[in-house]
Design a binder for this molecule. Structure first.
Ligand SMILES: NC(=O)c1ccc[n+]([C@@H]2O[C@H](COP(=O)([O-])OP(=O)(O)OC[C@H]3O[C@@H](n4cnc5c(N)ncnc54)[C@H](OP(=O)(O)O)[C@@H]3O)[C@@H](O)[C@H]2O)c1
Length: 330
């Protein structure tokens, strides 16, 4: 049965101007192989803000309902075997970028994109963590796969007050690492320390503009969320046989460096792509987040908005002003 739902709508007018505003969408009958979900919570990630701006690198066509995260309950399970009322989460590379996403009271998605919420995680907590927390956990998982352990020295996290950054700080500190947090927000130093950072660095501290191919080696590992020259600086200042993960581009998508960190120090640059991670590994990482990697004191990280307050939050994250996570109550 077709049904209407309130949503956030991104569209383009005849003059090419893109707008993003609350609206209504009428969902068609549930297609074969799909699941209809009542969304309780979504979240705001940097990618959502790009989608809400109609960024062509993120959204392929307009109009679209953005929102790469959603958690809620099954309304119609179709042939999926999911029971009506089951608590579920949605995750897929196309969700909120090519197919209508989580900023909607109702979503309809292929059943393979839906998985049960791990026990111990409410829909709100799952969205407080969301893609940002998952990305941080996947990055830390990569460091462990490359045998980066606390006794090898400090690790550095860039964009530390951002969604991915603060979860990386929290998780690495929980696992016993000495965490150096890089931030452009001097007033958030105390907040970062309360989340586990041992040392606060300014962006200028990790933005070397000299042409030296290698810098003095400081870090046994790194979670880079910003890219650009900060990622290049971290790689040039990484210890022998360290691992640096890269997931983001807020500081730039270019990477200007030589091969010396790789051939003289054995440094590994590990990309992190949460959108296309195999489903089994996604489940494993969520299971760890729900158990031994659980994030305590989540509420202290969260600002909650509804669909009417989302536009202002999108502007803030685009300007790099958000600290922690924005949860969207649908
Ligand atoms: N590859 C993937 O699968 C994947 C998944 C999730 C996210 N991402 C990417 O990861 C990045 C972070 O995502 P997020 O959701 O955490 O975003 P976010 O909440 O906006 O955090 C980004 C943080 O980067 C810092 N920053 C902003 N502009 C900067 C600049 N010009 N130079 C240096 N630092 C700057 C700010 O922290 P400070 O003020 O503390 O410096 C900001 O809070 C984004 O690029 C996002 O697209 C990728």
């Amino acid at each position: 049965m077709a049904t209407k739902s309130r949503c956030m709508w991104v569209s383009q007018d005849d003059a090419g101007a893109i707008s993003c505003h609350p609206s209504e969408f009428e969902w068609p009958d549930l297609p074969e192989g799909h699941v209809r979900i009542r969304v309780h919570y979504s979240s705001l990630n940097y990618k959502d803000a790009l989608a809400a701006s109609g960024h062509p690198g993120v959204v392929r066509q307009l109009p679209i309902i953005p929102g790469i995260d959603a958690a809620g309950e099954v309304l119609q399970g179709g042939t999926s075997g999911l029971a009506e009322g089951a608590s579920v989460m949605v995750a897929h590379a196309e969700f909120g970028t090519q197919v209508h996403g989580g900023y909607s009271e109702i979503v309809q998605v292929p059943s393979g994109w839906v998985f049960p919420l791990p026990e111990n995680l409410s829909p709100r907590d799952a969205m407080a963590i969301g893609t940002a927390g998952f990305t941080a956990a996947q990055s830390v998982d990569e460091l462990q796969r490359h045998s980066v352990w606390p006794d090898q020295g400090p690790v550095v996290v860039t964009g530390a007050t951002g969604g991915v950054g603060v979860f990386a700080v929290k998780l690495l500190a929980k696992l016993g690492f000495e965490v150096h947090a890089v931030t452009g927000k001097a007033d958030k130093a105390g907040w970062l320390k309360s989340n586990g950072a041992a040392e606060i660095l300014t962006r200028a501290d990790v933005d070397d503009t000299s042409d030296r191919p290698l810098l003095s080696s400081r870090w046994a590992g790194a979670v880079d969320t910003v890219g650009g020259n900060m990622l290049a600086t971290v790689l040039r200042g990484a210890k022998p046989f360290s691992c640096v993960t890269a997931c983001g581009l807020v500081a730039g998508h270019e990477l200007n460096l030589t091969v010396y960190p790789f051939i003289l120090r054995g440094v590994t640059l590990q990309g992190v792509d949460t959108a296309n991670i195999p489903v089994e590994r996604r489940r494993e990482i969520w299971q760890r987040i729900a158990t031994d990697w659980s994030f305590d004191n989540l509420d202290a990280l969260v600002t909650e908005v509804d669909l009417d307050g989302l536009g202002g939050a999108i502007e803030s994250i685009l300007q790099g002003q958000v600290a922690g996570r924005v949860v969207v109550r649908i």
